[in-house]
Design a protein around this ligand. Structure first.
Ligand code: ATP
Length: 324
């Protein structure tokens, strides 16, 4: 279980023109990277931690893994304070940073795994089982005898996934685990993370700008913006609320009169570019016949389709609504 209470982290950066090594408060700018955040993640949950660039995701993960010390607030991961008991905490957790490796650059991958076995004191039987399982599932047979420096980016990430899961951690943090991967590698990665989460009840805490990762892997979504959690929601519940909103797309043949952004209450123009028109409507309040009648007052159209909102649309909407 991951318990986070009133977590706060500020960075202090030098103002332009400040010259001294020890700076007065007036010579520093304070950035509130994580601003009094609280949440609990139960064992076996898969939580997506999502937000715009600079919203505080990596800073949170660094504090959860014990790399950074909070300015104030409390973290307990299975009862352990990560920054005070880093070694003990490391036995419980696995970490994958999409842009950083935890393997040794010049050493064959299998030897890196061997070092990790010693470091985490993984019993031989567990190590052997896990190694066989991951090598097979991630198709690493032909790469584990080569050093990391000889591997492609995708192969390196796959090896790092194994490194994170070898010691059967209770919690795994994944920071942009599929960044830079091709579609097939992303799918393979998601499948294995999903399987481990379901079969071993490993808690998964994942940040990704690819919201399909979140949609396919998580059952709960935390949205952070400017260091604050603005949404903490069960995924199914969120979809139920937002899937009432649907997107009507069509090709405009002729414009009769200028189309306003808000047609009727609950019908909004999302996009009008060239002859491509997209309209958002609430399917609980507006039926299709009513929508078509309303649109026909402004345009004639063809090639009609209706789609549900993507997770990306929903997150954007939540972020925009918060700004207003
Ligand atoms: N070492 C640092 N020193 C000063 N400010 C920092 C430092 N690291 C991060 N920040 C600032 O803290 C805020 C949060 O950054 P963080 O890296 O946690 O965001 P993020 O949500 O992970 O962003 P991204 O999606 O771009 O990776 C940003 O304003 C960032 O500029």
């Amino acid at each position: 279980m991951v318990e986070v209470k009133d977590l706060y982290k500020e960075y202090s950066i030098k103002k332009r023109g400040a010259t001294h090594y020890f700076l007065k408060r007036s010579e520093r700018t304070i950035i509130k990277a994580v601003d009094h955040v609280s949440f609990i993640v139960n064992q076996g949950e898969a939580v997506g931690y999502v937000g715009p660039n600079g919203s505080g995701k990596s800073t949170t993960i660094k504090m959860l893994t014990g790399v950074l010390q909070p300015t104030s607030g409390e973290i307990r991961v299975n009862g352990i304070d990560p920054s005070k008991n880093r070694i003990e905490n490391n036995r419980n957790i696995g970490v994958v940073f999409g842009n950083r490796s935890q393997l040794w650059w010049d050493v064959p991958i299998i030897e890196s795994f061997g070092f990790l076995q010693k470091l985490y004191q993984i019993p031989d039987s567990i190590y052997k089982n896990n190694l066989e399982y991951f090598v097979d599932k991630l198709e690493l047979q032909n790469i584990i005898n080569r050093p990391e420096r000889q591997l492609s980016f995708g192969q390196r990430i796959r090896c790092n996934i194994v490194a994170a899961f070898l010691h059967n951690p209770a919690v795994v943090y994944l920071d942009e685990p599929t960044i830079g991967l091709d579609l097939e590698s992303k799918e393979r990665m998601r499948n294995i993370i999903n399987k481990i989460n379901k079969e071993r009840e490993t808690t998964i805490f994942i940040t990704s700008h690819d919201l399909l990762d979140i949609e396919l892997l998580c059952n709960r979504l935390l949205i952070i913006d400017n260091g604050k959690i603005i949404t903490d929601t069960d995924f199914d519940n969120m979809l139920k609320i937002y899937n009432r909103k649907q997107i009507f797309k069509c090709r405009v043949i002729d414009k009769l009169i200028d189309i306003p952004m808000n047609l009727k209450k609950d019908i909004k123009v999302r996009r009008l570019e060239g002859n491509h028109l997209e309209v958002e409507f609430d399917n609980q309040k507006i039926d299709i016949k009513e929508l078509l009648e309303e649109l026909s007052r402004y345009v004639s159209f063809s090639d009609v389709s209706i789609e549900s909102m993507s997770i990306e649309d929903i997150v954007k909407k939540i972020l925009i609504r918060k700004e207003q």
